[in-house]
Design a protein around this ligand. Structure first.
Ligand code: SF4
Ligand code: SF4
Length: 84
């Protein structure tokens, strides 16, 4: 699953630079996660880095973007190919 940022976000800016996939950006009012780029940090870290640093715990899994571990690894590899 990709993760999502809820309306409890206080725009503290700390998660955006931590994302290895550049999936987090400022939206119209709060930060948002691009589900096409979020691998739950699979391929980079054992734990989602944004969740680790968020002071208000407003980054749950996004139930509308459910993916298996295999699908997350496939997304990770595709993103790495784009970067090369
Ligand atoms: S879980 Fe990882 S890849 Fe997804 S938005 Fe958070 S830091 Fe980025
Ligand atoms: S760390 Fe949490 S509160 Fe801070 S900008 Fe990111 S989602 Fe919002």
């Amino acid at each position: 699953m990709a993760l999502m940022i809820t309306s409890e976000c206080i725009n503290c800016d700390v998660c955006e630079p931590e994302c290895p996939n550049e999936a987090i950006s400022m939206g119209e009012e709060i930060y948002v996660i691009d589900p096409a780029k979020c691998t739950e940090c699979v391929g980079h870290f054992d734990e989602p880095q944004c969740v680790q640093v968020c002071p208000v715990e407003c980054i749950p899994v996004d139930p509308s973007h459910t993916e298996s571990q295999d699908a997350l690894w496939t997304k990770y590899r595709r993103l790495m190919l784009v970067k090369e």
